[in-house]
Design a protein. Structure first.
Length: 292
């Protein structure tokens, strides 16, 4: 079944019109770039608008790359333009298609301008049939650190990808310490967990920090991309340490008692948690004694 067709090109909002031939059978009519600045590990959305000039005898592959100023090429994507189920050999003359692509910037990508390059090649022969340069993406620098000094050290490994080095708990900038630190509801506390990448991480995990009552019931939580959204796991390099703060609002209605703070990671697409070991997918950090 073919993908859904867009309206006529003149009715579609396109940032850049090109009409660039890529071989004899396909032209790139234009494109829309979701963002022009990004950090390593972040995704950039790209729409490409294709025109079938003729029925293609060749099964074509799309390659999307970033070209650095020093000439280094960073591969981003390699696939058929409309996915594996609808090759260019099935396009009909005059067809207009929109391809949508999420381009994940490599974790080790250096800062500076990088030119986005589109290439088409024959899948069978590997011969390039055409290429075109698009706009630049300005890659922002990422400050990295490789040391950590948590007040409460730990050594837990998630999926042989991420190591939990420890945590801090503060309120209003003041450390909360002890085996069962006391807090008064309502109040906001900040839980900072210290992660270390054991290798480059290919999945953009979400971190969850939760409070459980004595029966294991979830009572409040905070989920988010590490670094309050600016340090995705896909941007981490091996050995890097990320201090990841999560604000937790203790509600006024919360009954007095002891609550356990736990932390873990999950894939936001599949919702599957990253395991430490079979049957264990979170680490208990500390117990809070809540009074009112």
């Amino acid at each position: 079944m073919p993908p859904a067709r867009p309206p006529a090109l003149e009715d579609v909002k396109v940032q850049r019109h090109l009409l660039a031939p890529l071989g004899d059978s396909v032209s790139l009519l234009g494109y829309s770039l979701g963002r022009s600045t990004a950090r390593p590990g972040e995704a950039v959305h790209l729409d490409l608008y294709w025109l079938a000039n003729a029925v293609s005898k060749a099964d074509l592959r799309l390659r999307l790359e970033l070209l650095a100023q020093d000439g280094k090429v960073w591969p981003l994507l390699s696939s058929r333009p409309l996915g594996e189920r609808y090759p260019t050999t099935r396009w009909r003359t005059g067809d207009i298609w929109r391809g949508q692509y999420e381009l994940l910037l490599p974790a080790t990508l250096g800062p500076g301008p990088h030119r986005l390059v589109v290439r088409l090649e024959d899948i069978v022969t590997g011969r390039e049939v055409g290429s075109v340069h698009l706009d630049e993406v300005a890659v922002l620098p990422r400050e990295r650190t490789f040391v950590a000094s948590p007040k409460n050290p730990l050594a837990e490994e998630f999926g042989r990808q991420v190591r939990l080095l420890g945590y801090d708990v503060t309120t209003g900038g003041t450390e909360i310490s002890g085996n069962s630190p006391a807090v008064v509801a309502p109040q906001r506390i900040d839980v900072t967990v210290y992660w270390q990448a054991m290798a480059e991480v290919q999945t953009g995990y979400t971190v969850f920090v939760q409070a459980l009552d004595s029966g294991g019931k979830l009572v409040f939580q905070h989920d988010g991309v590490p670094g309050l959204g600016i340090s995705p796991t896909t941007g981490w390099v091996a050995g890097e340490v990320v201090a990841d703060t999560h604000p937790l609002d203790i509600p006024a209605s919360l009954p007095q008692g002891d609550y356990t703070i736990i932390v873990g990671l999950y894939d936001p697409v599949s919702m599957r948690r990253l395991d430490l070991m079979p049957g264990k997918d979170f680490v208990p950090l500390t117990q809070l004694r809540v009074s009112r």
